[in-house]
Design a protein around this ligand. Sequence first.
Ligand SMILES: [Zn+2]
Length: 79
Amino acid sequence: MSRLLVVVVIFIAIYLLLRHYRKQMPKKDVLGEDASKHRENMVRCAHCGVHLPKGESIMLDHKHYCSEAHRRAHTDEPE
Ligand SMILES: [Zn+2]
């Protein structure tokens, strides 16, 4: 009978541990949100098609470019 009591105590301990770890999980969700926010700010270079953060891009006429060279190459050369 005392063996059964030990098993029950072990199960309760495992349950409490799992509950403790689940409380720490939301932190990971917050990081996931930050990553998706980061992805929203990605823009595509109108010249070569490379993806880069909006803040690092060069914008002209509502188009984004990865570098000054591509901005010039795309706007100076008539299509
Ligand atoms: Zn480019």
